[in-house]
Write a protein that binds this ligand. Sequence first.
Ligand code: AHM
Ligand code: MG
Length: 336
Amino acid sequence: HAADAMRTDLMTLTRHVLNEQSKYPEARGDLTILLNHIVLGCKFVCSAVNKAGLAKLIGLAGETNVQGEEQKKLDVLSNEVFVKALTSSGRTNILVSEEDEDAIVVPEKLRGRYCVVFDPLDGSSNIDCGVSIGTIFGIYMLEEGQAGTVEDVLKPGTAMVAAGYCMYGSSCTLVLSTGEGVNGFTLDPSLGEFILTHPLIRIPKKGKIYSVNEGNAKNWDEPTTKYVEKAKFPTDGSSPKSLRYIGSMVADVHRTLLYGGIFLYPADKKSPNGKLRVLYEVFPMSFLVEQAGGQAFTGKQRALELVPTKIHERSPIFLGSYDDVEEVKDLYAKYS
Ligand code: AHM
Ligand code: MG
């Protein structure tokens, strides 16, 4: 029975990645080890996020701990956990975190072949009201003999070998692609393991949802304005789209992957490059959306083909169902 097999033959994330890697005779297991360290970071942050509300209630926040330091903010704590987990994996070289202004160069004795770009706790303005937040990451691999400098992460998103996110929501869900489709894993808290629950996620070809901060509409450019107008007042006889906007990229993209539709953080007159960061927000999410059969567009080009010049660079982004993003591309071709 297939359903019984599902319940007793548990496909953990580690087992899944080992299976995928076994197709490559040259694979040395380094990516599996690196991902295991990322998973550890996700489990830690998940547990910290779950306790955050309680810690407040019983008066831990703002109190000083044994070392006499103030209770760390969740985003700072998450960053420390990921930097340490990645460094100690012995498989990384250069790390770029949203929380650190400069790239982190891993100490020589711990260096490996991977560069990791990440946002340890995205959507942190949502923490205090218990709305879903997440960790986003992208992984580059150095060529044999390459030293490892900041230049090695200033590469287009097409050069990423893997990307994913972990959403700390009603359950803890890790969505990952190593370039062979997208798979979703849910943390079983009783086992402490991520179990494959969403094999080979395919984003619907067309969706019924659009997701954007409409409060910025006053400053949008013409193609974005036209697109959202069309979503609300379609002229081709189709039904208007529904609006869903959580304001947490991980949650908004997760819903877009599963239900279809489009997520946009466009440019506006005040922020000509939009808000979201190329390396650890736009690229990993675009990688996943393309791997699931959707598209990601910046308003000018395929998002993954962008070549960043600074590690914290921003870009406008339109991503989601193939047909919905195609409409945005048509409008940009017509009106700009
Ligand atoms: P953050 O890195 O400061 O948390 O900002 C990123 C978040 C994304 O998760 C989300 O998509 C976006 O900001 C929402 O921005 P806005 O509040 O402008 O709609
Ligand atoms: Mg962020």
